[in-house]
Unconditional design. Sequence first.
Length: 435
Amino acid sequence: MIPRYSRPEMVAIWSPETKFRIWFEIEAHACDALAEIGVIPKDAAKTIWEKGGAATFDVDRIDEIEAVTKHDVIAFLTHLAEFVGPDARFIHQGMTSSDVLDTCLSVQLVRATDILLADLDGLLAALKKRAFEHKDTVTIGRSHGIHAEPTTFGVKLALAYAEFSRCRERLVHARDEIATCAISGAVGTFANIDPRVEEHVAAKLGLKPEPVSTQIIPRDRHAMYFATLGVVASSVERLATEIRHLQRTEVLEAEEYFAPGQKGSSAMPHKRNPVLTENLTGLARMVRAFAVPAMENVVLWHERDISHSSVERMIAPDATITLDFALARLTGVVEKLLVYPDNMLKNMNKFRGLIHSQRVLLALTQAGVSREDSYRLVQRNAMKVWEQGADFLEELLADKDVRAALSEADIREKFDLGYHTKHVDTIFRRVFGEV
């Protein structure tokens, strides 16, 4: 976790203090259930809640104990006993360390996901607002980086809105996938703890009992979760890359907000660089990188080994913290994005009508010219624009073979920009349910 790319609310979920508090709640809820079914005294369960609940767990003290025990859960339980006293002997009855560790990880991932979902809601709101603002702002669509046909900037943003809506749906599913609890003992058979304890703890923590655990919750769940974060990060990068391209000096159809006093270069005072979206590209790479080790964690020996443990201690906080920061940063970029409609029109007209080539092609075929000949006629005039800077409309009007099939009025009509945007309202209804 790097403070530069972290936000406090998400960081707090992964702090040692939060982790130990969740560990305590798991143990205390388990004691309640054990007391209810008569395994431990009810007074003991009450004492554990009262004394442990009021305790401020000392991270340094737990680390000191762990330096001797070489076991983090035992170190925590030893420290907890210092608060609880004799009734601490009833804590962790029939449980194994992974019952605590895995259930805690589930709680943390669920909490982290709730923040990410709120982040996505903020981004979606920003995208929707800007999409409607520029619903009719005509711009050029590009394929392979080359001018294709007109679209609108609002349609570009509607595309991003639809994509992040899918991201949100996937994240909701990922949250459900990861929200399971295992309190099932050494190899998951409930030999020393009643399944009712697991059901009680799960209900108290907003989780579901894991249908079949070994000593751990199966890691295919975690693999899917981190893969989902990777997909969300890829969508962040896709939009960030679009903005970076649009900000290039030769394009300059949109750019990141440049604040008063901001500096773009230590050497060149004129620079206004797309630093935020470049940063988002890098952050997305990191979030995606965590998906592979999460998938490799699926394969463990028998009922459990700990090869996954060190991985998750790194990727769980880093992936969620980084994606949280990235979504918040992207939302700010969208909200403050500077858009230049005049430059969009200027760029669209740079090659003097070439963007209407398909309409002329189709008109020729509808006038009885073969598709092969229609393509040849249109392309030979288009190449004059590319190579000689000619005007596409004028070249078509002067081409006797084109004029043999199409009148001047027919040709001129094919250069109407409005033709390309006539279904924008349909697209917006599909995406937003309104226009």
